[in-house]
Design a protein around this ligand. Structure first.
Ligand code: NAP
Length: 316
């Protein structure tokens, strides 16, 4: 029997689709990786696994024997919601290279806030020569929300740079040199100890709107926020009033409820906001394709869906 083809099901432009197909095919020379549009009805009937990047749910429904999908993204909130009425197993990307890229971004923007760069940029525009007393890294407390694949790597990077690091996760954790908290009380403790809050949580029913007015108000005076996770985790109206009222000094935002960020959005022009276009940790096509290849090869060998698929009830 011939091996079923491996469909790549994506909503992406032609260039991105071609780049993904090339990278996946290079990583899996024994497989035939094809865009979904190239599969005829017989090919579709045989597919048990697909590689996906923002797939349209109706496209996946054209694969009647599909048992699992491997996403090339780390965040899966959209897949979890789009596939809610199916039993498909969802494998997400857990890539050490992605974690390293995210940890680098967290360190870069933490240093940006720690060394008061927004204020010096403002002072330069005003031709103001005014040194600000520096704060030692060990006296700067960074609170990390999420200690998963990305959060843990970021915590280690921040700790190695000399910051005082607190972390928060759903289940209790132990990380060397990091004060770990969990649960609702743990979140309140962490916020009260935080000068720079970094969000690396998945977007789920529990984290939607988590950073609301009351929680932002718990932060230390003149605290700052870095959101590299998902926009809706932060209550946007609460963020704006915390910035306007001075409870928050600055927010570095890489993610928004609507992306691309609409041109009339208040974030673009607010002096307390740095807008980034969802670039803190892009998927690396080569390393992601190699990881997907390992999972597919194991599946072809054993017929078993990989361990570590997304827990639909938790939402991540
Ligand atoms: P992960 O490995 O699943 O880790 C998630 C962490 O959040 C875990 O520590 C988990 O706790 C914690 N968590 C989840 N729900 C929680 C809750 N209700 N209360 C407290 N803690 C909770 O995810 P990851 O790979 O680190 O990725 C995190 C997110 O980053 C992704 O979901 C995605 O949205 C975002 N992301 C953004 C970019 C970008 O470029 N901006 C790139 C990649 C990913 P436990 O450890 O107890 O499970």
């Amino acid at each position: 029997m011939t091996k079923p083809v491996l469909p790549f099901v994506a909503q992406a432009d032609d260039a991105a689709t071609a780049a993904w197909l090339a990278a996946l095919q290079r990583a899996m020379p024994d497989e035939t990786v094809l865009p979904l549009s190239a599969l005829d009805a017989a090919m579709r009937r045989d597919c048990r696994v697909a590689i996906v990047a923002n797939p349209r749910p109706q496209d996946l429904r054209t694969l009647p024997a599909l048992a699992w999908v491997h996403s090339v993204w780390a965040g899966v909130e959209r897949l979890v919601s789009d596939l809610a009425d199916t039993n498909l197993a969802i494998m997400r990307l857990v890539d050490p290279r992605l974690a390293q890229t995210m940890a680098e971004a967290v360190l870069a923007w933490t240093l940006y806030l720690h060394r008061d760069m927004p204020r010096y940029a403002r002072q330069q525009r005003e031709r103001l020569w005014r040194p600000i007393e520096p704060v030692r890294a060990c006296d700067r407390r960074v609170g990390l929300l999420g200690l998963g694949a990305l959060g843990e790597a970021a915590a280690m990077q921040l700790r190695n740079a000399g910051f005082t690091v607190h972390g928060w996760s759903r289940t209790p954790k132990t990380l060397p040199g990091v004060r770990c908290h969990s649960g609702t009380d743990g979140l309140d403790e962490l916020l009260a100890e935080t000068d720079i809050l970094v969000c690396l949580l998945p977007l789920t029913g529990e984290t939607l709107g988590l950073l609301d007015e009351a929680r932002l108000a718990r932060l230390r005076p003149e605290a700052s926020l870095i959101n590299f996770a998902r926009g809706p985790i932060v209550d946007d109206a609460a963020l704006r009033s915390a910035l306007d009222g001075g409870a928050l000094r600055h927010a570095v935002l890489d993610v928004f409820s609507t992306e691309p960020l609409p041109s009339d959005s208040w974030h673009w022009t607010h002096p307390g906001v740095t807008v980034l276009p969802h670039i803190s940790a892009p998927t690396d096509r080569e390393s992601a394709s190699a990881l997907v290849a390992t999972q597919i090869a194991r599946y072809r060998r054993t017929g078993e869906i990989p361990a570590g698929v997304v827990d639909r009830r938790r939402g991540y």
